[in-house]
Design a protein around this ligand. Structure first.
Ligand code: FEO
Length: 172
């Protein structure tokens, strides 16, 4: 059985994962409007991953006898200065998610909640991947410096992204 403070903290993270999905969906729309369908596709895959992260929290809270409470999702930004600005923003966002997962892990350790620690370990590992995959695009965009031809080449590369098997369907 989940303790109340742990249940509240997990519900807050569920909301934040949905905000992450909303943020990346907004970035997908921004790239679509810019005529960069590959970047937009990459962000739509990212959106799906975030929804699956939210689903993992949903499933876990329920399995532990907790109650999922959905709250309002904040409005994400809709404009960025450039593709690089959007991806730098995404990287800062992922770093923030990592901090939040670490704080959740701290709480689970304080509460000696071993099941939640085990559950959160997947997210600790996942955040290494999340920061790396966004950081890789940031590095490429820094090299490109908004030159059109390499930007379109990168757009084509990003259009190949597929959802990772462990991200499908919110499975545990
Ligand atoms: Fe759910 Fe990208 O962190």
């Amino acid at each position: 059985m989940l303790k109340k403070n742990m249940e509240t903290a997990l519900n807050e993270q569920l909301n934040f994962e949905l905000y992450s999905a909303y943020l990346y969906f907004s970035m997908a729309a921004y790239f679509e409007h810019m005529g960069l369908p590959g970047f937009s596709h990459w962000m739509k895959i990212q959106t799906q991953e975030e929804i699956n992260h939210a689903l993992k929290f949903y499933n876990f809270i329920n399995e532990r006898g907790g109650r999922v409470i959905l709250r309002q999702i904040d409005t994400p930004p809709s404009e960025w200065k450039s593709p690089l600005d959007a991806f730098e923003n995404a990287l800062r966002h992922e770093q923030l998610v990592t901090e939040r997962i670490n704080r959740l892990m701290d709480l689970a350790m304080e509460e000696k909640d071993y099941a939640t620690q085990n559950f959160l370990q997947w997210f600790v590992d996942e955040q290494v991947e999340e920061e790396a995959s966004v950081g890789e695009v940031v590095n490429k965009l820094r090299l490109i410096r908004n030159e059109r031809h390499p930007l379109f080449m990168l757009d084509r590369e990003l259009s190949q992204r597929t959802i990772a098997p462990q991200q499908k369907g919110g499975e545990k």
